[in-house]
Design a protein around this ligand. Structure first.
Ligand code: C2E
Ligand code: CA
Ligand code: CA
Ligand code: CA
Length: 287
């Protein structure tokens, strides 16, 4: 809380002081947290808007901190990026997620029964510039016996703005192998739409802010037009459109009518479960 009109003296801000202390503590504890096994992953299903089937799940990392409890990635991913831990942490998330996908596949009688189920894993910009990305990914897929088609890597739009060929090269390699690349938080950056053709992406993940604007009724006609435009552009470039942050059935219906392909959000399921899952966690039927 800031002092209202105080330009004569500054009040200490206890809240931000506490945050700074916590941030310092977290930064100190972070490097060993991976070895101590304090991270875990929750999964959130991606649901086909046309038929309601689960088509995959996004892996979302959490930190079970011994003092602070469960911390959301917004609290520690920036610190992990700053300290370099993001590379081993990201590799761990990738490996765990692919292993989980493998376990679900085995549980449901092989690849066929599972249909097009995919696992989505977030990549930080630091991982993109790390030379081991392609090799680590190939190694994990080979060791787990999973096909590259089962994996989708999510990269934020902002990480790729103005990306030169060197940055795109590892993503191109992965895309050629069959790994899907999704452009996350799409619509929040200022990417040149024509530039999309240059990027090795096959999925656009429309940012939550668009979904939120569908909440108002009637929805803002300009927002509707924008989403309609993005969807038709995406489809003309052979990209699938995923929407995130779907919280109500009305939003889902609106986005389905606008032509979006898959959706993710609390309306379908919160990220979960908190414990390692050997069964299919969602009541929503599979493809
Ligand atoms: P994101 O990739 O945009 O992930 C979607 C976020 O929206 C998640 O937050 C998810 O829990 C939340 N969400 C899902 N459905 C709804 C909904 O219906 N309504 C609302 N209001 N929110 C919803 P979360 O789990 O806190 O993750 C935050 C961000 O942290 C992610 O945003 C992603 O950028 C980053 N992140 C998560 N896991 C990883 C990871 O393994 N590696 C990296 N580099 N980043 C990660
Ligand atoms: Ca994401
Ligand atoms: Ca997102
Ligand atoms: Ca985000």
């Amino acid at each position: 809380a800031k002092s209202a009109g105080g330009n004569r003296f500054e009040l200490a801000d206890p809240e931000s002081d506490a945050r700074a202390i916590t941030r310092h503590g977290l930064t100190t504890a972070l490097p060993t947290a991976l070895d101590r096994g304090e991270f875990f992953i929750e999964y959130q299903p991606l649901v086909h808007l046309g038929d309601g089937s689960v088509r995959g799940a996004e892996a979302l990392v959490r930190w079970l901190h011994p003092q602070h409890g469960v911390l959301s990635p917004d609290r520690f991913i920036p610190l992990a990026e700053h300290t370099g831990l993001i590379v081993p942490l990201g590799r761990w998330v990738l490996e765990q997620s692919v292993l989980q996908a493998r376990a679900w596949r085995d549980l449901h009688g092989g690849a066929e029964a599972l249909g097009p189920l995919r696992i989505n894993v977030n990549l930080s910009p630091c991982q993109l510039t790390h030379p081991g990305l392609v090799q680590d990914t190939v190694e994990i897929l080979e060791r787990t016996g999973m096909s590259p088609d089962a994996l989708c890597l999510e990269v934020t739009e902002s990480a790729l703005i103005g990306a030169d060929d060197d940055l795109l090269k590892p993503l191109r390699r992965l895309a050629e192998m069959g790994v899907d690349i999704a452009l996350d938080d799409f619509g929040t950056g200022y990417s040149n739409l024509a530039n999309l053709r240059r990027l090795p992406v096959s999925v656009l993940k429309l940012d939550r802010s668009f979904t939120q604007s569908m909440q108002r009724f009637p929805a803002d006609p300009v927002d509707l037009k924008i989403v309609e435009g993005i969807v038709s552009l995406a489809h003309s470039l052979d990209l699938a459109v995923t929407v995130e942050g779907v919280e109500t059935g009305a939003q889902a219906e609106q986005l389905r009518v606008l032509g979006c392909d898959t959706a993710q959000g609390w309306y379908y399921a919160r990220p979960g479960p908190r414990t390692a899952s050997t069964t299919w966690p969602w009541s929503t039927r599979r493809a």
